[in-house]
Design a protein around this ligand. Sequence first.
Ligand code: IMP
Length: 178
Amino acid sequence: MESIKIYDKTFKVSISAEVIKKRVEELGKQISKEMEGRNPLFLAVLNGSFIFGADLYREITIPSEITFVKLASYAGTVTTGIVSEVIGLNVDLTGRDVIIVEDIVDTGLTMQQMLETLSLQNPASVKICTLLTKPEKLQVPLTLDYVAFEIPNLFVVGYGLDYDQQGRNLKDIYELAE
Ligand code: IMP
């Protein structure tokens, strides 16, 4: 199996580009069906979701909008801190049906914080769409409305996800091999 090295760590393919593509198409169809007539606002969380967000959004076939926000950063292979600020949100969420687009829900703390922040603006609804989640690591009760893949508790890179800012350009998703 193809493996790659980033800095000191070796990674092997976990989810291939082909499998990702198929699943993103399915999710796009599902969301388009369920959100028909509601002009949802996709809120993609940078940097990690820039590739997933772009691919998913092109599978959406209903009138909708997309915007991008940033949260605090993540360095290394453990969650470094809790994020409280949503930066760059210049759309009024009042009465909107919001779909947060994330790369990965790990402990869920980031998402919990984000939900609290967004709810202050009285959106009609907030749904979570994540490329990946590690169910074993989830520390808070969260409803993940749309999940592309559930993965084991291993650090992953590729398809937008990074290891110390490297590896976002990889077409497949890789997991730590050692
Ligand atoms: P949480 O608050 O623990 O859910 O962390 C979510 C954030 O941590 C994600 O948006 C990622 O930026 C980062 N993260 C968590 N696990 C991984 C991983 O396996 N690879 C890359 N980034 C990760």
